[in-house]
Design a protein around this ligand. Structure first.
Ligand SMILES: Cc1ncc(COP(=O)(O)O)c(C=O)c1O
Length: 418
């Protein structure tokens, strides 16, 4: 079988047994990668094409694909542990929770572990409701918190309605990003359990919070008795030059949700980290949340290695330094190519906005042709999400900038704007 035939066989199986709609959409977009070999910033399509990965599944591959120390930690864990018994105290789970408490701001202390960040966001919502005795959840238009029950209802209305999961009228309310008046109006009834927000909304194309916006939301939460939940699933773990992006905005959340990169890209791991103020139910009801795979011991061992690497001198600082290198290079590209109109950037969280309403998908397709894997922002399609791995160096930045410019040139030709 040739590599192309092998790839086609996988695509056919996926269309027949996994998700025909998804295969069809990728075909329409003109990009249908099937991951073969993977290493560092790159993965190779089964047909041989090498792709520089700056989608990194929203931060899952923060440390690169198959980081050797993470692979070694996984082997070590597999030699020693299994998923463990989720009812019992466990060494790896307790040690990971202790590390997360140390590395998170304010009084955040207890980790409730989950197998996905969707589940962790559901835990955050349950916690806020139990703490406040209220049901209403306020989130942002254009936010994404996952596809399970409560967090689906708190996200995009169309996604929730599709599965009749939008909840009773008035229970899940969305307000515009960066609009403190709208947030105040939503909270003013003193009936809100939680404000759930991504520090920098990923699927909305990483628009940056206006100065004072996040601290203003926190103040409003305090004023009206709501719980502030920071979804740091994409923005946390060193991406913005601090361990959590919310710290850079001077805000202490009541609950912080993490996932994706905590897995090292190797073993599922997510958590809702609760402050003392909202953690009462953990004392009252030891089985208030139960998850067979949440906090699986193998995953905890791997996640501890992820945190150990992030804490090494220079690792998180590298995000800031390389952000400046990429920022300067992208500005120069923008001057040469007016199709690129805006560079949104906080550390290695970046969104590139194009002067075309479908600029994001066009860049995804063009990138695939030139050897770049970047994914458009689903709720703002003029934007390409741009999230290089944390360990990128200057030479790799130069290579990446070359790929971005090459992809823009492909788009310019397609649009007749060269
Ligand atoms: C900001 C944010 N929150 C939550 C989630 C849900 O994560 P998971 O797919 O692990 O359930 C995602 C996934 O993309 C996300 O981007």
């Amino acid at each position: 079988m040739t590599a192309a035939q092998e790839k086609q066989a996988v695509v056919d199986l996926a269309a027949r047994y996994v998700c025909p709609g998804r295969v069809e959409t990728f075909k329409m977009l003109g990009t249908l990668p099937v991951m073969g070999r993977r290493e560092g910033h790159y993965f190779w399509d089964l047909d041989g094409r090498r792709l520089f990965d700056v989608h990194i599944n929203g931060g899952t591959f923060n440390l690169g694909h198959r980081h050797p120390e993470i692979v070694a930690a996984l082997h070590e864990a597999a030699d020693r542990y299994d998923v463990g018994n989720h009812h019992f105290p466990s060494g790896p789970r307790a040690r990971l929770a202790e590390a997360l408490a140390r590395l998170t701001p304010g009084t955040l202390r207890y980790s409730v572990f989950a197998a996905s960040a969707s589940e962790a966001n559901d835990i955050a919502i349950k916690t806020a409701r139990k703490t406040t005795g209220r049901r209403k959840i306020v989130s942002l238009i254009g936010s994404y918190h996952g596809h399970t029950g409560l967090c689906l209802a708190a996200g995009d209305v169309k996604n929730a309605e599709y599965f009749l999961s939008d909840g009773p009228p008035g229970e899940f309310v969305q307000v515009p990003f960066n609009d403190l008046d709208a947030m105040r109006a939503a909270l003013a009834g003193n009936d809100v359990a939680a404000v759930l927000l991504e520090t920098i909304p990923a699927t909305y194309g990483f628009p940056l919070p206006a100065p004072g916006y996040l601290s203003g939301v926190k103040t409003l939460c305090e004023q009206y008795g709501a719980v502030f939940v920071a979804d740091e699933v994409q923005t946390g773990l060193g991406r913005t030059g601090t361990m959590w992006a919310i710290e850079g905005y001077g805000v202490e959340p009541d609950i912080l949700v993490t996932g994706k990169g905590l897995s090292g890209g190797m073993y599922p791991m997510a958590a809702a980290i609760l402050s003392e103020r909202v953690a009462g139910w953990l004392g009252d009801n030891g089985w208030g949340h139960v998850s067979t795979f949440g906090g699986a011991e193998i995953g905890c061992h791997v996640a501890l290695k992820v945190l150990e690497i992030l804490e090494r001198p220079g690792v998180i600082a590298n995000a800031t330094a390389m952000s400046d290198v990429l920022g300067a290079g992208l500005e120069a590209i923008r001057e040469r190519h007016p199709l690129l109109v805006e560079i949104r950037r906080n550390g290695l969280v970046m969104g590139l906005r194009f002067d075309h309403e479908l600029g994001g998908p066009m860049m995804t397709a063009a990138g695939y042709e030139v050897g770049l894997w970047a994914f458009f922002a689903g709720f703002q399609r003029s934007v390409l999400q741009f999230k290089p791995g944390l360990l990128i160096n200057e030479a790799e930045c130069a290579e990446l900038l070359g790929l971005v410019e090459a992809a823009i040139q492909v788009c310019e030709v397609r649009l007749g704007r060269e």
